[in-house]
Write a protein that binds this ligand. Structure first.
Ligand code: GTP
Ligand code: MG
Length: 197
């Protein structure tokens, strides 16, 4: 599926403007600046369709991208962005929560965690919500190129340990670098399987 052409298809600021759930969806969630948009680019090898930025908080709407006519990839706005106005922050967060817990056709949420910083309270909050709504999710450690391999392994163990009791988590967790390309192929394989069902 990842050979298909990626095309932007809808942006939503409120749930009433979500497009009809015609395709299976895979969504990318996580803190602001964790590398969601970059991962979409790396997975599809199509740069320029999804915008990325070193300024956190770039993605401010839920963006839907079609991969051919097979699957919809969804770039969620990041949470925990410190500079945004309170009310704007709350609105994004509510929107993400609503999407993640109610979306029909949502096959998997990739929850991105920065390898260097690890899990934060907001991440746990989202996990709790996905557990309650029985949304299947996959933890993906990002930016593995910026830490030593030993620290990647350590971080992975630490997260696995803290998630042991969770039922909706699809283990094992994956590790990627959009920059070096490490782990991208494996994640592509996993997601391609999901998109088929
Ligand atoms: P928001 O849209 O603000 O939620 O951010 P995002 O999660 O979409 O992050 P984005 O993909 O825009 O990337 C944020 C910054 O991290 C950019 O400067 C990227 O170049 C950088 N980045 C993303 N992935 C990697 C990676 O694998 N390695 C390194 N070193 N930097 C990365
Ligand atoms: Mg983004």
């Amino acid at each position: 599926v990842f050979r298909n052409k990626l095309a932007f298809f809808a942006a939503a600021k409120v749930s009433s403007s979500f497009p009809p759930p015609d395709l299976p969806e895979i969504a990318f969630a996580g803190r602001s600046n964790v590398g969601k948009s970059s991962l979409l680019n790396a997975l599809t090898r199509q740069w320029g369709v999804v915008r990325t930025s070193d300024k956190p908080g770039l993605t401010q709407t839920i963006n839907f991208f079609k991969l051919g006519s097979k699957v919809c990839l969804v770039d969620l706005p990041g949470y925990g962005f410190a500079y945004a106005k309170e009310e704007v922050k709350d609105a994004w967060e509510e929107l993400v929560k609503e999407y993640v817990s109610t979306r029909v056709g949502l096959k998997r949420v990739c929850l991105l965690i920065d390898t260097k910083w690890g899990m934060k309270p907001r991440d746990y909050e989202l996990i709790d919500l996905m557990e309650r709504s029985q949304t299947k999710y996959q933890i993906v450690l990002t930016k593995t190129d910026v830490v030593f391999p030993i620290d990647v392994a350590r971080r992975a163990m630490q997260i696995e340990e803290s998630l042991k009791a969770n039922k909706s988590a699809v283990q094992p967790l994956m590790m990627v670098s959009s920059k070096s390309g490490a782990g991208i192929r494996s994640l592509r394989t996993v997601l391609a399987k999901i998109a088929r069902f």
